[in-house]
Write a protein that binds this ligand. Structure first.
Ligand SMILES: C[S@@+](CC[C@H](N)C(=O)[O-])C[C@H]1O[C@@H](n2cnc3c(N)ncnc32)[C@H](O)[C@@H]1O
Length: 437
């Protein structure tokens, strides 16, 4: 396969953030800014069909789908917090029902702050080392809020309220702000730390309702969704488009999605909350190094420095390949996949994950249409990581990201990208190039 990458500054979105288009309801690591998806859908003229995001995180792909007029979408992620955020954004709730329930809860919380009484049974869940992570008062207030949320009979409203509740959990714990991994504050900061969970929750709830009502709810008419906190369950030839930003490495040495979500998942009662990072792609070390295709050269380079790191890195690519095989089968003929990914560095070796993705889709019956390179100015990522995995040796993480588009051919017709003007053209054997965008 002849593989080329086109630098395309249209996709940099310099100076823009996630919130410039559709603000998120909850912080999440390594989100994809919706602008990228919206622009590539316009360029590829995608306006209808069924959309899949097999590693959907906080659900940015679905706002892209809704913005472009798609009405049927499915999303999966092993991390329950990811599916909680996604469901809250896209499951339709009448805003007046939501506000009515909110005012009942706020009333009860207000009465509690006045007379210290509450008429619900408190349930403090099994959070590992809870006193290490939470001040005593936070434990009580978080338990009160949760118990009140659980008095709401409407499941969708309950789920929605758990999102600002989740942010409240993090903010009223001793975790350091601005970190994705679980690090505790310094002793000095802990002594001064005296959060009021009820005020934090009320403010976050108001903000979440504002965002939902103004940005998400207006697009939800006739939209059908299916979400699950599991790996993507295979479906034969079902989807027209896959839009996703997969992890770019295992969670332990890249982005710790599980660790970021641990406290919420524990308060939600997820028994395996502390194991999630090992369940995600590349979470378990491989028995043999990955030695196929483009990746083998790079893994061999890493192996020269550290055979153990070569096996750890291999584990991620075995899992990504397996997932691509399943995703390939689930796409209809004529369907497209759009993967947005960064290339990480391990032992000073930059791993070409973009090319790996294109190669794997080609092996599974797809045709690589294009790869765009964009500069990464607006992704919520840890700013430094350790390419050598040695404490103290840090490099800035990736500065570029790649948008990979492949198509499952219909027949003889296909799309090609013109290197000069970066426009897409349809080609077939009879007619020459028909410009389509
Ligand atoms: C880069 S994030 C996706 C972010 C998302 N596009 C957003 O904007 O919020 C990658 C996601 O992949 C999930 N993940 C990792 N391995 C997975 C697997 N085997 N199956 C499903 N999801 C997985 C992680 O939990 C994480 O949420």
């Amino acid at each position: 396969m002849k593989y080329r990458i086109l630098r395309n500054n249209k996709y940099d979105f310099t100076g823009q953030s996630y919130g410039t288009s559709y603000p998120n309801l909850h912080r999440y690591p390594a989100t994809m800014i919706p602008q990228i998806g919206i622009e590539i859908f316009k360029e590829l003229n995608i306006k209808s069909g069924k959309l899949l995001d097999p590693y959907c995180g906080s659900g940015s792909s679905f706002i892209v789908g809704l913005d472009r007029g798609l009405k049927e979408m499915e999303g999966f992620d092993i991390n329950p917090l990811a599916i909680l955020i996604t469901s809250a954004k896209f499951i339709k709730i009448n805003p007046s029902d939501l506000k009515e329930n909110v005012s009942i809860i706020k009333d009860k919380l207000y009465k509690y702050t006045i007379n210290n009484e509450i008429d619900v049974k408190l349930d403090i869940p099994n959070v590992y080392n809870i006193d290490f992570w939470f001040p005593e008062q936070s434990k009580i207030e978080l338990a009160i809020i949760k118990s009140l949320i659980f008095t709401i009979s409407n499941e969708n409203i309950r789920r929605f309220m758990m999102v600002p509740y989740s942010e409240t959990i993090r903010e009223s714990s001793y975790t350091r702000n601005g970190e994705f991994k679980l690090f505790r504050m310094k002793e000095d900061a802990m002594k001064k730390f005296n959060p009021n969970c009820i005020d934090i929750f009320s403010a976050k709830l108001d903000k979440a309702i504002f965002i939902y009502e103004n940005y998400y709810y207006p697009l939800l008419d006739n939209a059908k969704f299916n979400f699950g906190y599991s790996e993507f369950p295979k479906k034969e030839k079902y989807f027209d488009v896959v839009l996703t930003s997969p992890p770019y490495g295992d969670s332990r040495t890249t982005v710790a999605y599980g660790q970021f979500s641990t406290l919420t998942n524990e308060w939600l009662g997820i028994a395996y909350a502390r194991k999630i990072d090992t369940m995600l792609m590349g979470g378990k070390i491989a028995k043999e190094k990955y030695s196929k295709g483009i990746l083998s050269f790079y893994i061999n380079q890493i192996e020269k420095e550290s055979p153990k790191r070569a096996l750890e890195v291999s584990a991620f690519y075995y899992d990504l390949e397996k997932s691509i095989i399943d995703v390939s089968k689930s796409v209809k003929k004529g369907g497209k996949i759009i993967y947005i990914v960064g290339n990480r560095m391990v032992k000073d070796v930059i791993l070409p994950t973009d090319q790996f993705i294109a190669e794997k889709f080609e092996e599974n019956g797809f045709r690589h249409l294009l790869t765009y390179e964009r500069f990464l100015a607006n992704k919520s990522m840890p700013s430094l990581n350790s390419p050598s995995n040695q404490t103290g040796i840090k490099r800035s993480t990736m500065t570029k990201e790649y948008i990979i588009v492949c198509e499952k051919p219909f027949g003889i017709e296909t799309l090609v990208v013109c290197e000069k003007n970066k426009k897409l053209y349809k080609t077939n054997k009879k007619k020459k190039n028909n410009k389509i965008s």
